[in-house]
Design a protein around this ligand. Sequence first.
Ligand SMILES: Cc1ncc(COP(=O)(O)O)c(C=O)c1O
Length: 400
Amino acid sequence: MADLLQRLRAVAAQARALDDTTSRPLETVIDEAVDACEVVVAGRRTLVFGSNNYFGLTRHPDVVAAAKSALDRFGSATTGSRIANGTLAMHRDLERELAEAFGRRAAVVFSTGYQGNLAVVGALCAAGDFVLLDADCHASLYDAARLSGATIVGFRHNAPDSLARQLGRLPAGGKNRLVIVEGLYSIHGDVAPLREIVRECRQADAYLMVDEAHSFGPYGDRGLGCAEAQGVSDAVDFVVGTFSKTLAGIGGFVVSDHPELDALHMLARPYLFTASGSPANIAGVRAALAIATGQRDLATRVWRAVHRLRAGLIAMGFRIGATASPIVPVTIGTLGRTLEVWHAVLDAGLYVNVVAPPACPADACLLRMSCSSSHTDAHVDRALEVLGGVGRELGIVPAR
Ligand SMILES: Cc1ncc(COP(=O)(O)O)c(C=O)c1O
């Protein structure tokens, strides 16, 4: 007879293989946050190039002040779901402000971005419908599609021709198809060709949902994401996003012009059956939204860090992602080799993310770096110095 715990033992054994005695790539413990891009790990000040704090707003005085004030006025939590006692005026205000920012009819706010994706796809789609997913879509989008009961149809990453082929195979004449892509993809830092994707959706009468989780902030004139940057905002039926990156909080949202979206407040289970965002969090996100869409010099600073980091990595001989974006993947090799580099880099005071299979091929594991407007030239140069030193010592890049 199988033991239910056996599966967990196997996973624990795999995780142990990734650890060394001091630090764990899957759960690096941060003892203290010094500022938006420095933390303390194992007693050492560590420069962070592996967070999603794209505009450094977790430490912006307006965000912190708004959160503190809400904590004082409303207490630490709502202790209820949106349909019970968990709707404060500020939840409604944030929905209105998001809708206004995107120039859309309505917005709905969720307790996390993950739950937002489950809620939107689960409310729109059911058995008999088709969800067409880019192969590199985030786990929350796959889980959302699975949970909805719709038939999942994958298409090649960022390949409109593959999408067109898959759409062409569906039964003709239906309006029961939802295409889901991201603006900026979180592993390889590449951007969706949204104009071509919009064209294929229009041709096949499919709805389009774009997850702008990583692109909200750095992309577009007002920071609304890749659809804005590529001039196709009006053609996107549903834009979803998260508060856990540029907006420096926790939660998710959807915006849309379809009036039917209001029904999410009544039927989306991941919205109905969970507690709402805490007052301090929602107040902080409202402040962050105003800053992110209003102070566009923050985006300029992110891009400055991106270009400096990429130029330095290329000059030293690192293999990095082809697209200039705030996410900079550095290909190392096998998982063992990548972990060796990751540990050495952390020991030298730099935190980056590890990307392992299935998110990448087994022989092309990555160190994933991400840039923030809080990164100064000096921060970037320090990161390059650490990576260069480790890379040369371990033979990842040529000696000078
Ligand atoms: C593309 C994408 N969608 C959704 C999410 C989920 O966001 P949250 O952290 O708010 O649950 C993430 C988080 O990494 C993401 O990258």
